[in-house]
Design a protein around this ligand. Structure first.
Ligand code: GCO
Ligand code: MG
Length: 409
């Protein structure tokens, strides 16, 4: 088999997506996701201008070789743009291989290790009442694990809270990237946040009881000692995990957090290779790997990271916000089903327009996802529907402190 074409499709149904479609001389096509929120066109150009010409004529079955070739021949290694582009190729090749084998992709990754994939959804509210309603709504949708984010008194707009006014005054509802010519400016106050959050979890536990797995995302905003304090103050509420408590470019920072708290820690949605995890995994400083297939060089690379993590009892918690396309989500679901050290899968749910562009065969029942039994990933793209929603510039927001200093968002 030979690759005869590779097309980069940038579409914006409910939001922007970068999709790679690889076509073979046998007529089998494969899809890969290269969406990098707020920087989509950089990946599209990397693929179109620098990668597609290298793919034509290659044997699509040689996935490991393609991965090593794209990673090493560029000379400039790692980084989110490069690794998202490699991921798009890698996942498209896995899709082709599984379609050629006539099997759902998870079968090629070792077969199912479980019957379903536990998923968590995003509940949020501006106050306790709204938060409780949101949790009840998620339970009614079938979620059995819930991430909890709330507004903080004294802060105007906080990451993760739907229904709050965003920086331009409209509702969030909750898609953080906004179709605006400039990134929206939000505000932040770590002391106010640290004072408020424990009371939120106390209220949620007393309303919903001790069983419900609860998660929380700190979104990179704390220093190590602040994160340590938060972890410690949340211990009575038995969190499933505290996510991205610090910006983890400096892996050593997590050692300090870990020494102070038994709250489980998850990190890595903005990491892109195993090298970002080396200390964190080897020293067991974290409990969950948050990387997406899409941002970590694809199934080939994320499977290796998770196999490495398994030696240290570190589990998966694959990133699944709306900026991972249905193609990237499907890739995650096949991996989730196959690996032994599965932890949980984030599942935020795409909008109706996105589901028109991407036909999917996964299911979500009683809190569990399953990728389905279609050969390959189980996702097809409707090119006409995609073309009807051309790219629209959109940016993630950013934060400033009260004195105007730019802070992590
Ligand atoms: C999460 C993430 C997302 C990111 C988004 C940025 O835990 O799902 O933090 O909400 O903010 O993916 O593109
Ligand atoms: Mg996160």
């Amino acid at each position: 088999m030979q690759i005869v074409a590779a097309d980069v499709i940038v579409s914006s149904p409910d939001r922007n997506f970068v999709t790679l479609q690889i076509t073979t001389d046998e007529g089998i096509t494969g899809l890969g996701d290269g969406t990098l929120n707020g920087r989509e066109l950089a990946v599209a150009s990397y693929l179109k201008d620098h990668v597609v010409p290298l793919l034509i004529g290659r044997d699509p079955h040689r996935i490991e070789d393609a991965w090593q070739f794209l990673y090493r021949s560029a000379y400039w290694r790692r980084g989110p743009v490069t690794m998202a582009a490699i991921a798009a190729v890698d996942v498209a090749l896995w899709d082709i291989k599984a379609k050629a084998a006539g099997m759902p992709l998870y079968q090629l990754l070792g077969g199912a290790s479980r019957t379903g994939i536990m998923a968590y959804g995003h509940a949020s509210g501006r106050d306790t009442e709204e938060l409780f309603d949101s949790i009840r709504k998620h339970l009614a949708l079938g979620y059995r694990s819930i991430r909890v984010q709330t507004a903080v008194p004294g802060i105007n707009a906080v990451y993760g809270v739907a229904a709050q006014p965003s920086a331009d005054g409209t509702r969030y509802d909750y898609e953080p990237a906004q179709r605006t010519p400039l990134p929206a400016e939000e505000d932040w106050d770590t002391r106010a946040y640290l004072r408020h959050i424990p009371s939120v979890f106390e209220a949620v536990r007393s309303e919903f009881g001790p069983e419900l797995p609860l998660l929380h995302d700190g979104h990179h905003r704390m220093t190590p000692i602040q994160a340590a304090r938060l972890g410690k103050s949340l211990e009575p509420y038995d969190l499933f995990w505290l996510e991205d408590c610090t910006p983890a470019e400096n892996q050593d920072a997590l050692r300090l957090v870990r020494h102070h708290t038994t709250t489980p820690l998850a990190i890595g949605e903005i990491f892109n290779t195993v090298w970002d995890y080396q200390t964190l995994i080897q020293e067991q400083l974290i409990d969950y790997v948050r990387s997406a297939v899409t941002h970590t060089g694809g199934i080939t690379a994320l499977k290796k990271i998770l196999d490495f993590a398994a030696q240290y009892q570190v589990k998966s918690g694959i990133h699944g916000p709306t900026d991972i396309s249905p193609v990237g989500m499907a890739a995650a679901l096949h991996l989730d089903l196959a690996i032994h050290n599965f932890g949980i899968q984030e599942y935020m749910q795409h909008g109706a327009l996105t589901n028109e562009v991407f036909q999917q065969s996964f299911s979500f029942e009683d809190g569990y996802l399953h990728p389905g039994e279609q050969p390959g990933l189980g996702v097809e793209i409707d090119l006409e529907a995609a073309a009807a929603h051309p790219y629209q510039a959109a940016y993630l927001p950013f934060n400033r402190l009260k004195d105007g200093t730019v802070h992590d968002w």
